[in-house]
Design a protein around this ligand. Structure first.
Ligand SMILES: N[C@@H](CCC(=O)N[C@@H](CS)C(=O)NCC(=O)O)C(=O)O
Length: 205
């Protein structure tokens, strides 16, 4: 199989897995855990020198950074409809993806680390609270945008929706203000059959 996707689905690897499922691409899933020994091996570090997941090897094209991977797959398979044929559409796909990576993900991650991911003795509730407070302003930007449209870009599901929805995968726990349009959009994204197939790859725990 030409496309290899590295990383357990219980990680940011869910993003490229979801993209591959949307596109209908055959792929090999190498479901290594991010704390496992394989991701420290030179063979993997040659694919992703960060030693993190996900990464892909698409017939020799190696890409790391989960959101860069989804953009790459969408662009490489334009007929699947996740990409855009216009300059404006592509600009807005990048806009929302970078917004997710820089405005939303650091805060969502800070909250997650200090409420669940770190060992209890390392969690600082004030850090979680500060992140959640700031995040509400960002989420209201999304809410305003989605008040008049069903999808982020071009009135159809694109990789922009996939990226933002995946970064905000814990949206229901992150929201402290009413976000009816954003919650409905998130539900539309995550209930897509391709998203369901990707989430079904997560190991039971
Ligand atoms: N910005 C990177 C973050 C990658 C990342 O930190 N992945 C986590 C799993 S979700 C990981 O591999 N952590 C292990 C580590 O940091 O050593 C991306 O989006 O791909």
């Amino acid at each position: 199989m030409s496309l290899k996707i590295y990383g357990t689905a219980a990680s940011r690897a869910i993003r490229p897995l979801w993209a591959a499922e949307e596109i209908g691409l055959p792929y090999e899933h190498i479901a290594w855990h991010y704390q496992g020994p394989e991701v420290r091996e030179p063979a993997y570090l040659a694919i992703n020198p960060n030693g993190t997941v996900p990464a892909i090897d698409d017939n020799g094209v190696r890409v790391f950074e989960s959101l860069a991977i989804t953009l790459y797959l969408a662009q490489r398979h334009p007929l699947a409809g996740l990409w855009s044929a216009t300059d404006a559409g592509r600009a807005h796909i990048l806009q929302w993806t970078l917004w997710a990576a820089t405005e939303a993900e650091p805060l969502a991650r800070q909250w997650f680390h200090h409420t669940g991911f770190l060992p209890p003795e390392q969690r600082i509730p004030a850090m979680a609270d500060a992140a959640i407070d700031k995040l509400q302003t960002r989420l209201q930007v999304l809410e305003k945008h989605l008040t008049t449209r069903e999808w982020l870009v071009e009135e159809r599901f694109t990789v922009a929706d996939l990226n933002v929805a995946a970064v905000l995968q814990r949206l229901t726990r992150l929201a402290r203000v009413p976000l009816p349009h954003t919650q409905a959009w998130h539900q539309r994204c995550l209930s897509r059959p391709a998203a369901q197939r990707a989430w079904a790859l997560r190991p039971a725990n």
